[in-house]
Design a protein around this ligand. Structure first.
Ligand code: HEC
Length: 413
């Protein structure tokens, strides 16, 4: 079992074995608070949360976190703090809010207010050009907009950027051979003072022969509240050369096409949990990754839903790549799956984290370009909802009554 998949599943279904403060710390990142708030380092997208427990009573504070709309209604003021936009609802439960508050209380005692942060980095040169020094660009980013750019040079491949405020997102870039190498956007968590980053540069190639898909996983779940099947699709893409692949078509950024991946039809709410959607070209039946692929693997994850109606739902696709192995993981007690188009083998899931749930895996091998796959989901438990029961009973009554009257009429004629 792929360790990244297990990791993803643990995130999706994981059990909790941590203290509330530890859980609060994890939630502060997972629920994306860290993308808008700092603690003790000043204003960010939202206000500094240092000692925020002293500013509000407990029930207001919980509401701020799990239902800001209620705060706006209660105080008749939106936004509440001058100079800030409103805070969005982050889908946090009450018990999670309480854990976040215990974390905020704990670190409010521990942080040194106004402490500056630094970024230490190095550039590893795996290309055939001689070791050069690089100009390193630091972008400060707020809500996906670059606010400021700052440059330093490497010295023997190393660089240091210090005395930063730490109350914003950062991104580090260098250029090598016309290709931009960039870190993801990153944040400093409240107690973090120092971050180490490493950028690696390679020779570049336009030859796609070394790009392949190793495997694909479909993790299926059923959301009973909105009666939709939720699918996370994971492609493990691999570049087995020692060069960075930047597309075989054109080297201009927006035209790069690294790999095209097939999409199912009849899906909605396509999302990319780990990446900015703008780094993909999206069409009806495929997505194209546009970010150059360095040697080694890359995981592309996207999620989508398909709505169940009375008869279930069917999604299908035609593969655009050869794929050695495809695995579908389904909670069989919640949703039924019928597979057509490909041979499969079925067994109950071996994933440790899902042992107590009725997950089954379907495995398919050696998928070829042009192969078709059709997945039909249905849910017979939701079939017998009271509404449907009542309407089917009334239907039966109507049919019986009609038969009765028709017979009566026939007799009288
Ligand atoms: C997209 C940005 C964003 C995210 C994500 C976000 N917030 Fe906020 N938050 C804000 C903004 C903006 C305000 C100020 C809104 C206002 O005054 O109406 C705010 C206000 C608050 C306040 C009240 C602060 C005060 O001093 O009045 C608390 C507490 C808070 N957020 C906690 C959280 C927590 C905990 C999370 C994560 C679950 C979170 N926020 C996620 C933007 C965000």
């Amino acid at each position: 079992m792929n360790k990244y998949l297990v990791f993803l599943l643990v995130i999706m279904f994981g059990n909790n074995v941590y203290s509330s403060i530890d859980e609060g710390r994890k939630l502060f990142t997972e629920k994306r608070c860290v993308t808008c708030h700092v603690v003790g380092r000043g204003k960010f997208v939202g206000p500094d949360l240092w000692n925020v427990s002293k500013k509000y009573n407990k029930s207001d504070l919980i509401q701020w976190i799990n239902n800001p709309e209620q705060i706006y209604e209660k105080y008749g003021k939106k936004p509440f703090n001058n100079g800030y936009p409103p805070m969005p609802n982050m889908n946090v439960s009450t018990s999670e809010s309480i854990k976040i508050i215990s974390y905020l209380d704990d670190i409010s005692k521990k942080v040194k207010k106004g402490s500056k942060v630094s970024i230490k980095g190095s550039v590893k040169n795996y290309s055939s050009t001689e070791d050069a020094e690089y100009e390193v660009q630091l972008d400060t980013v707020m809500a996906d907009k670059v606010l400021d750019t700052y440059k330093v040079s490497t010295s023997e491949g190393y660089f240091l950027i210090d005395n930063l405020e730490g109350n914003i997102a950062y991104k580090i870039k260098i250029f090598h051979d016309g290709i931009e190498y960039s870190t993801d956007k990153f944040y400093f968590s409240p107690l973090e003072l120092n971050k180490e980053v490493e950028l690696t540069v390679y020779d570049s190639t336009m030859n796609s022969n070394h790009i392949e898909i190793e495997s694909t996983h479909l993790v299926v779940n059923y959301d009973s509240e909105s009666d939709v099947v939720v699918i996370a699709e994971i492609f493990n893409v691999y570049n087995n050369s020692n060069m960075i692949f930047f597309g075989s078509n054109d080297s201009r950024d927006s035209n790069r096409e690294i790999i095209e991946l097939s999409l199912f039809n009849n899906i909605e709410e396509l999302n990319f949990p780990h990446r900015n959607a703008s780094s993909f070209k999206i069409s009806d039946n495929s997505i194209i990754d546009t970010i150059p692929l360095p040697p080694g693997g890359r995981r592309i994850v996207f999620t989508y839903v398909t709505k169940l109606d009375l008869l279930g739902t069917t999604i299908s696709k035609k593969f655009l790549n050869n794929i050695p192995s495809l695995t579908i993981i389904v909670p069989e007690d919640k949703v039924d799956l019928k597979i057509e188009g490909l041979e499969y083998s079925k067994k109950s899931s071996e994933i440790e984290e899902l042992k107590d749930q009725n997950y089954v895996t379907y495995s398919m091998n050696e998928i070829k370009i042009g192969d078709k796959l059709e997945l039909s989901f249905s849910n017979f438990k939701s079939f017998f909802t009271p509404k449907i029961l009542i309407s089917s009973i009334s239907l039966i009554v109507i049919i019986m009554l009609s038969i009765f009257f028709i017979k009566k009429r026939l007799r009288t004629e």
